[in-house]
Write a protein that binds this ligand. Structure first.
Ligand code: NAD
Length: 491
């Protein structure tokens, strides 16, 4: 692992680097070495006040306040270029913060955010600020305006820190909002790389602010009287708490929360192809991805075959140094997270599960919060590891009798975020996909589409990110009614 360390002493507020009101620093520990990798300021409520004031000021001040979509798109493309140029270094920081395999970090965290910015820059330019409509009232017309919703609090988790920040930041900028970003303390450092990139390409002061801190700082930000909208990705427990606050304040909120998605293997599936695909959709980022298909549903007639194939897959994912490009599974983000995952494996054993791969810590790693990719078979649908989001490389395989039974098992979840269907008959796959209660599902693969909405149903969240729908979440609409005799100039 790298000995590179990063220490940031200042927050990015109002276009300037300023120390936190509390001069203390919080360490970021590398999960592969268990050693400090860097440190970030310990943000406070005073810092939140300063950052929200700066965002509020920028919202109302030239040049951001009067910017056209074309001008904002130019800033966004400049930021995309800047982020792309720094992409490899950012990926390295993320890997040292959370243990993401570097090959994934280079794509998801190094390149992905620039693509999201460019998508929303194009969308901003192609979406008029005003349109005229007239439906049922002759002699009258209505100007429908799309205004920025205002100051947005972006509260993000540690698992894909840059890309999940950008799912919010890009549409917010496209809409003309200003933002206060609060990363998770585990991954506070890469947020400063984003701030430095924004500074380098001349965003007006206060449009993008970065403050650090834990749950208390996040809670203070979410409830701040001058925040107009909250965009949150994280656990369902935190999402419920934030949703309650926003409900009381009547504040728009987008919640991207946990998941427990199912991969439905149909009886005609090509198992070689299926397992190749499951490597991506079930174990990505050391099992710490919200949409992962951690429940694998297999036809009873092929159950043993699927259990063996998934077990072979898990065994082929050997834990290793996440900075090694050959590594496919790195450590879990924190010691606490590993203990949590071990608790789920123990619960699986206690509830009658058969461990067919993994089940413990890798014998050959003497440092780092590693856990072997683990497969549990023969658990009942009510078993703890089948029901709960584990957020680690732990999969369950369950048998089903027929398609209706498979769909019933897939839908028997508190969550509804992702999912896949594996088949050699795409039409059949599509039919099954239509019946699964989820926000997104793939046939024979799963990958987010920047142009299509992503989000969850049930306890997986509220609202959508990405696509034009993701932009709408940062817009407030206003209808201005005009009489024909009074109609002014076109916008
Ligand atoms: P977390 O909920 O503990 O923390 C997420 C962020 O919210 C952090 O910045 C944290 O400091 C802050 N926070 C926590 N409680 C808060 C509160 N009450 N008010 C304001 N801010 C608060 O989540 P995590 O452990 O960092 O991330 C893992 C979770 O995120 C998993 O459950 C995963 O499924 C989910 N996730 C969902 C998606 C999605 O798109 N649906 C994507 C990635 C991760």
């Amino acid at each position: 692992m790298s000995t590179l360390t990063q220490e940031h002493t200042d927050l990015f507020i109002g276009g300037a680097w300023q120390p936190s009101s509390d001069r203390a620093l919080t360490q970021v520990i590398c999960p592969a070495t268990e050693e400090p990798f860097g440190a970030a300021p310990t943000g406070t409520s005073v810092d939140v006040d300063r950052a929200v004031d700066a965002a509020r000021h920028a919202l109302r001040t030239t040049p951001w306040a009067d910017s056209t979509a074309e001008q904002r798109a130019q800033w966004m493309r400049a930021l995309a270029d800047e982020l792309e140029a720094r992409g490899d270094e950012t990926a390295r920081v993320v890997t040292n913060e959370n243990g993401m395999p570097i090959s994934l970090a280079r794509v998801a965290e190094g390149k992905g955010p620039a693509a999201t910015l460019r998508y929303y820059a194009d969308l901003a330019e192609g979406t008029p600020t005003e349109e005229r409509r007239s439906a049922n009232l002759p002699g009258r017309t209505t100007v429908v305006r799309r205004d920025p919703v205002g100051v947005v609090a972006l509260v993000v988790p540690w698992n894909f820190p840059q890309s999940l920040t950008m799912f919010k930041l890009a549409p917010a900028l496209a809409a003309g909002c200003t933002v206060v970003i609060k990363p998770a303390p585990e991954t506070a450092l890469d947020a400063f790389a984003l701030a430095a990139a924004a500074e380098a390409c001349g965003f007006p002061p206060g449009v993008i602010n970065v403050i650090t801190g834990g749950r208390d700082v996040g809670a203070y930000l979410v409830a701040h009287p001058l925040v107009n909208k909250v965009a949150f990705t994280g656990s369902t427990a935190a999402g419920r708490a934030i949703g309650e606050v926003c409900g009381r304040l009547l504040r728009p909120v987008t919640l991207e929360l946990g998941g427990k998605s199912a991969a439905i293997v149909l009886d005609d599936a090509d198992l070689v192809e299926t397992v190749r695909g499951l490597a991506w959709v079930s174990l990505l980022n050391n099992g710490q991805t919200c949409y992962l298909n951690s429940r694998i549903l297999a036809p009873r007639t092929r159950y043993d075959e699927v259990v063996d194939a998934v077990a072979d897959l898990a065994r082929s994912f050997r834990a290793g140094d996440p900075l090694d490009p050959a590594t496919r599974v790195g450590p879990l983000v924190t010691q606490q997270q590993r203990e949590r995952v071990e608790g789920f494996i123990a619960a699986g054993r206690a509830e009658g599960g058969r461990i067919v791969a993994g089940g413990g810590r890798p014998k050959d790693m003497d440092r780092g919060w590693y856990i072997e990719p683990t497969v549990l078979a023969d658990l009942l649908p009510s078993a703890t590891p089948v029901k709960e989001e584990i957020f680690g490389p732990v999969l369950t395989v369950q048998p089903y009798d027929d398609i209706d039974h498979a769909i019933k098992l897939a839908n028997d979840s508190e969550y509804g975020l992702g999912g896949t269907v594996w088949t050699t008959d795409v039409d059949r796959g599509l039919d099954v996909a239509r019946r699964v209660e989820t926000g997104s599902i793939g046939v024979n693969f799963f990958d987010l589409d920047l142009g299509a909405p992503f989000g969850g149903v049930k306890a997986s969240g509220l609202g959508r990110e990405l696509g034009p729908e993701g932009l709408d979440a940062y817009i407030t609409l206003k209808s201005i009614y005009l009489r024909a005799t009074d109609q002014g100039g076109q916008a």
